[in-house]
Write a protein that binds this ligand. Structure first.
Ligand code: PEP
Length: 243
C-alpha cells in the first residue's frame, strides 16, 4: 500500500513566529495514521527540523548541482544538511515563474535522490489543456519527461487551474487522472508502481478533503493555503488519517 501523506507547501510565507503553527501540526501528527510533511521557507528549515519531531520537513526546491556558483540557490545536499528529508520539485510556480521545464525538473529530482531526499514531483495541466481534453496526455508526458527511473519518489498531481483558486476538478475527473497516473507508474515500475504515493493538490480544504481522499488512487494531498494554519491543516490530516 502507498504511504498516506499530508504535505503542506508554505511557499513564500512564514516567519519565526509561525513556528508555533508548525509545533501544533507536529503535536497533532502524533495521533494520525498518515505521514505529515511540511515544506516551510528555507529560513525556517533549521528550526523546523529541530522542533517538529513528529513530522517530516521538506524544501520547496533544489538546484540540480550539489554546489557551485549559483547565487541564491540551494542544493539538495544543503537541504539534507538541515535535517530535511523531502523536497518539492517542478511545482507549477517554479515551472511558470522560473521557466523550469521537465528536463530541469528531472535533474532536480535526481539530485534530490542522490542527496537521500525524497522528491515530491509535481505535474499538472493548465485550464486550456483541461478544456481541450488533453489533461491526461499532458500529465502523462510530464511524468515521462520529469520522473527519473527510481521508485524513491512521490508524485503530486496539481491541476494548475485549481491551485489557489478555490476551484477543484470533479470527483470523477480526479479519479480518472489518478487512475491513469497509477497505470502509468505500474507500466514504468512494475509492482513498485503500486507503492508510489500519488497526492492530489489544488484548493484542498477541510470541507472537501474527505471526498477527495475517498478516491482509490489518491494517497494524500499537497496543500498550499490551507497548510499555513494548524486549524485548517489538522482537519485535513484527520480526514486522511480516517480514509
Ligand atoms: C500548491 O501550491 O501546491 C497548492 C496546492 O496550493 P493551494 O492548496 O493553495 O491551492
Amino acid at each position: 500500500m502507498p504511504t498516506k501523506i499530508a504535505a503542506g507547501n508554505w511557499k513564500m510565507n512564514g516567519l519565526q513566529t509561525d513556528m508555533l503553527e508548525l509545533q501544533l501540526i507536529s503535536k497533532a501528527a502524533e495521533q494520525m495514521d498518515c505521514r505529515t510533511i511540511i515544506c516551510p521557507p528555507t529560513t525556517l528549515l533549521g528550526n523546523a527540523t529541530k522542533f517538529s519531531k513528529e513530522i517530516f520537513i521538506g524544501g520547496q526546491d533544489c538546484h540540480p548541482e550539489p554546489s557551485g556558483a549559483y547565487t541564491g540557490d540551494i542544493s539538495a545536499n544543503m537541504l539534507a544538511d538541515t535535517g530535511a528529508s523531502y523536497v518539492l520539485v517542478g511545482h507549477s510556480e517554479r515551472r511558470s515563474y522560473h521557466g523550469e521545464n521537465s528536463t530541469i525538473v528531472r535533474a532536480k529530482a535526481e539530485a534530490a535522490i542522490a542527496a537521500t531526499l525524497k522528491p515530491v514531483i509535481c505535474v499538472g495541466e493548465n485550464l486550456q489543456q483541461r478544456k481541450s481534453g488533453d489533461a491526461i496526455e499532458t500529465v502523462s508526458s510530464q511524468i515521462k519527461d520529469s520522473v527519473p527511473a527510481n521508485s524513491e519518489i512521490i508524485l503530486a498531481y496539481e491541476p494548475i487551474w485549481a491551485i489557489g483558486t478555490g476551484v477543484i476538478p470533479s470527483f470523477k475527473e480526479i479519479c480518472q487522472m489518478h487512475d491513469a497516473i497509477r497505470a502509468l507508474l505500474i507500466k514504468n515500475y512494475g509492482s513498485i508502481g503500486q507503492k508510489i504515493s500519488i497526492l492530489y493538490g489544488g484548493s484542498v480544504k477541510p470541507s472537501n478533503a474527505a471526498e477527495i481522499f475517498s478516491a482509490t488512487n489518491v494517497n494524500g494531498a499537497l496543500v498550499g493555503g490551507a497548510s499555513l494554519k494548524s486549524t485548517d491543516f489538522i482537519p485535513i490530516m484527520r480526514a486522511l488519517s480516517k480514509s
